[in-house]
Every structure is written in C-alpha cells, then in structure tokens.
Design a protein around this ligand. Structure first.
Ligand SMILES: Nc1ncnc2c1ncn2[C@@H]1O[C@H](COP(=O)(O)OP(=O)(O)OP(=O)(O)O)[C@@H](O)[C@H]1O
Ligand SMILES: [Mg+2]
Length: 240
C-alpha cells in the first residue's frame, strides 16, 4: 500500500468532521472520493497533507502511513520531499507571480536549477498552453489555465502520490475533459492519484477504485465497476 489512513478522527473545535475513517491508495491507482457537500472529503485530504492545522483542525486519533512509514503530522514541505503533493481546493496560484515563477515555487525545496528547468519542461509538455503564457502573471490566467498551473506546480517534483481536491470545479466542459485526460496521463506516467470530486460521473469514469462519503464517514467503497453499478450511486450521483 502506498498510502494508508486508518481510523482517522478529525475535529474542528467541537465539530467532528471525520469519525474513524479509513482509506488507502495502492501504487499505480487512481482513487476517487465522492460524496455530498460537507461530508469530509477535503478534510480527509487535508489531514494527510499537513494543512489541517492552518485550518483549525486536529487529528484526534488514527494513523497515516506512506510507503509503510508514519507521516502523520508532517508539514507540507516534508511530505513533498517524501513524494506527496496536494492541489488544494480552489486552485491556489500566486497571482502576482508569473506562470514560470509559480512552477519554480513547486520545486523550491530542491534548490537545483537544472532539475527545476527539467520539471518546467515536463509540465509544459503536459500543458502546452502554459508554455505560451510562461511570462504572464498567474492572476490573469483563466480559471482553467490556473487549474493547469496548480496541477503543474504540484507535479514539479514528480510526486509518487498526487492528491487533488476538486480539480474540475467551475471549469467549462472542455477544460473538465482536458483536466481528466491529463490526470489519466499523469497516472500512466507512474503517479498514483487520490482525487476528490463533485463531478462523480467523471471521477468514477477515470478511477480504479473509490470511496463514497456520507457525513463524517465512508458509506461505500469498492472498485470502479461495482460503484458504477451500485443502485444508490446511480441514483444519487449519476442521475439514475
Ligand atoms: N476550517 C474549518 N473550520 C470549521 N469547520 C470546518 C472547517 N473546514 C470544514 N469544516 C466542516 O467540516 C465538515 C467537512 O467539511 P469538508 O470541507 O471536509 O467537506 P467536503 O466533503 O470537502 O465538502 P465539499 O464537497 O463542499 O467541498 C463540514 O461540516 C464543514 O463545515
Ligand atoms: Mg471539499
């Protein structure tokens, strides 16, 4: 198992957002997390990625292992060095920095100009639109382009695990298709992916396995085919 989260209970003050939730990602998998608003999907990603503290959340109990080693409580930069990258909800880019500078930031822990440039070339190969806009300030990019940039930045150090929170949110259908295409391509390149999505239809199309969240718990889990065929999933998430 590449990532294993076991019996995670996470609270924001008095609110228990996750109650003994367990999930895992195997090497090579795309794993989807779907479920209604407020169910705890982002909380699950944030608990793994070390950004929970900043949001006022605490892991009350549970364990998190990456490649067999406990990574619970590590900071984002420590996780990045171990090969875990997060694309947070809302595609945060540095708006006053250029596309190129944003990508450089994705590799700052490396502090190595040559590998940084190789990373940028690789990202431009994946998202050619970004190459054309290398010198443009990120804040002036369209939302689809900003999402490409946020993904690209997370890929600068070729993570073993990419976690993406709602990468398709608010994008036009063409951009949604493009982002999902690229996620599949990234996965074929050897990166495992943990994907939180409102777009259940697309998420269930590209994933190998998935989890269906209900308020604070996981109601259902299974391989792609069994989820797609599940009556409740069809009714609630796939429109019957
Ligand atoms: N920083 C926070 N402080 C307090 N409560 C929070 C915080 N972040 C999330 N919550 C609460 O925790 C619960 C789970 O939220 P979370 O953002 O993980 O849900 P989600 O499944 O990602 O929802 P969505 O699909 O709307 O993004 C919700 O009840 C939410 O109000
Ligand atoms: Mg969320």
């Amino acid at each position: 198992m590449l990532l294993e989260a076991r019996d995670l209970t996470v609270c924001y003050g008095a609110l228990r957002a996750l109650d003994q939730v367990s999930f895992n990602v195997d090497e090579g998998e795309i794993v989807a997390m779907i479920g209604p608003n407020g169910a705890g999907k982002s909380t699950a990603l944030n608990a793994v990625s070390g950004v929970l503290d900043a949001k006022g959340g605490t892991i009350e109990s549970g364990k998190i292992f990456f490649d067999g080693e406990s990574v619970k409580g590590l900071r984002t930069d420590q996780l990045v060095k171990k090969g875990i990258s997060l694309v947070p909800e809302g595609r945060r880019v540095f708006p006053t920095m250029t596309v190129w500078e944003n990508l450089e930031m994705g590799a700052y822990t490396l502090n190595n100009r040559r590998s940084t440039e190789e990373g940028i070339k690789r990202v431009f190969g994946l998202f050619p639109q970004l190459r054309e806009r290398a010198k443009q300030k990120a804040g002036t990019l369209s939302s689809g382009e900003q999402q490409m940039l946020a993904l690209g930045r997370a890929l600068m150090l070729t993570p073993r695990l990419l976690m993406a929170d709602e990468p398709s949110l608010g994008l036009s259908p063409n951009f949604v298709d493009l982002i999902f295409d690229r996620l599949v391509e990234i996965n074929k390149g050897g990166t495992s992916i943990l994907l939180v999505e409102q777009n259940a239809r697309m998420a269930l199309e590209v994933c190998h396995r998935g989890y269906v969240f209900e308020i604070g718990t996981i109601a259902l889990e299974g391989k792609q085919a069994s989820l797609v065929e599940d009556e409740r999933v069809q009714e609630v998430f796939l429109g019957g």
